[in-house]
Design a protein around this ligand. Structure first.
Ligand SMILES: Nc1ncnc2c1ncn2[C@@H]1O[C@H](COP(=O)(O)OP(=O)(O)OP(=O)(O)O)[C@@H](O)[C@H]1O
Ligand SMILES: Nc1ncnc2c1ncn2[C@@H]1O[C@H](COP(=O)(O)OP(=O)(O)OP(=O)(O)O)[C@@H](O)[C@H]1O
Ligand SMILES: [Mg+2]
Ligand SMILES: [Mg+2]
Lengths: 222, 222
């Protein structure tokens, strides 16, 4: 369903140039549950951003549902993102002047879900992450782990076919982490394809396969 | 050196009121290395903000170096913070339009360190966290774990007597986490008092004591 083909990503120029991804090849099949691990700065978030159509490769190709992402213009890419993808960002990126409930409803507005059903679906998602009684709060009134959970609820609200989660349990204690991993198992059971970046072994072993990044390359898939 | 005495913290009013801290008592002695653990939303960051003079209790008292923090005005509190405390925030809070080097130098400007020595000390701190070659980059050009390490370098630059770190290894892989924990051991060996929030057992067991938070209370100190 998603394929990175000889993907390279460079940032900057000359002396300061950073090679974030170095000829990365990765195939994600429908229904896979893949964990991505690797040292800080090894290219994981960069790869996730390309998978999520939030960034384009410098060289190489990204094929999603048979379409070459680099051949789509920005609008077509945005539509693809809204319909097919859910993304949990490493730093959440919640809208600071929207409540938890409004933040979770946002993707549904882009996907043209009728207003009457939006609130109900958003409340269900917030219940699923244990935050229904905080739905009227703004992100700066929520703890780090609570913000992360709102970001997770927002990512799953449109029933995406591909869920990309960049360290989705990084700010969570072990018991809340367990709840989130159970939620991911449930989504996987419903046929959703998951790619999760994590640096914790307990989280990675819940996946089917683990891809190891090092210096912008994938050195191993187990 | 730092004592929370019957500290209560409320946010909001009426139905939406949240009791973040509920009669918290905590004594941190000079040279201690304390880990703080507990579920998402249990009050850890709130307690850290009070310890760091970034927030005041609703009821109760915070005594730092023999002074009641609530009796100091905002300027006196700011001075105390700059001279005595180092803080690694759960969400880093780096200045987005300053380079990594400039971000690390900032606390020294407030502490009136002469300009000639500032750059040198900042480079040493960045070397210590493995980021010297990225010193000219801005935070949005750095990975999550790199930003976290810049935040750590900034927190230790003024040789604070009390280092407060809110999930300082949350975005780091295990090998980079090990480097940071070795750095903390080194600082502890030099007499610095450390309080670290973490949700990972491997990190917590490097400390001398662990305080467990639950629903705004400390239920256990081992
Ligand atoms: N400005 C605020 N207004 C309302 N509630 C708040 C505010 N700031 C924090 N809270 C609430 O206070 C409680 C404690 O928050 P705190 O940030 O201390 O938790 P935490 O233990 O650090 O959690 P985490 O592990 O998720 O970071 C949470 O329920 C949080 O939502
Ligand atoms: N806009 C940018 N300009 C320059 N370098 C960048 C930029 N964005 C990312 N990089 C660099 O690309 C490399 C890979 O970054 P990436 O965010 O993918 O790492 P990561 O594996 O997610 O790390 P972490 O585990 O710390 O989150 C890093 O060295 C990073 O500093
Ligand atoms: Mg990353
Ligand atoms: Mg917190």
């Amino acid at each position: 369903v998603a394929k990175l083909l000889d993907v390279c990503k460079f940032y900057g120029h000359g002396d300061l140039q950073v090679k974030a991804l170095d000829k990365v090849n990765l195939e994600v099949n429908k229904g896979d549950y893949l964990a991505v691990m690797g040292a800080s700065g090894s290219g994981k978030s960069t790869a996730m951003n390309i998978l999520g159509c939030l960034d384009r490769p410098t060289y190489g190709s990204y094929i999603l549902n048979g379409l070459r992402a680099e051949e789509l213009d920005d609008d077509a890419l945005a539509d693809l993102r809204n319909d097919e993808l859910g993304f949990v960002f490493q730093q959440f990126h919640l809208l600071s002047d929207a409540t938890a409930l409004e933040n979770v409803m946002l993707p549904m507005i882009y996907a043209c879900v009728p207003e009457s059903t939006r609130e109900e679906l958003a409340k269900t998602a917030l219940e699923r992450v244990g935050l229904i009684e905080r739905m009227q709060n703004y992100p700066n009134q929520l703890s780090g782990g609570q913000q992360q959970r709102v970001a997770i609820a927002r990512a799953i609200i449109n029933q995406p076919s591909l869920l990309l989660a960049d360290e989705p349990t990084g700010a969570l204690d072990s018991s809340t982490t367990e709840d989130v991993l159970n939620l991911f198992d449930e989504l996987h059971g419903q046929g959703i394809t998951l790619v999760l970046v994590t640096h914790e072994d307990e989280v990675a072993k819940r996946a089917q396969k683990i891809a190891q990044f090092k210096d912008g390359k994938i050195i191993d898939i187990t």
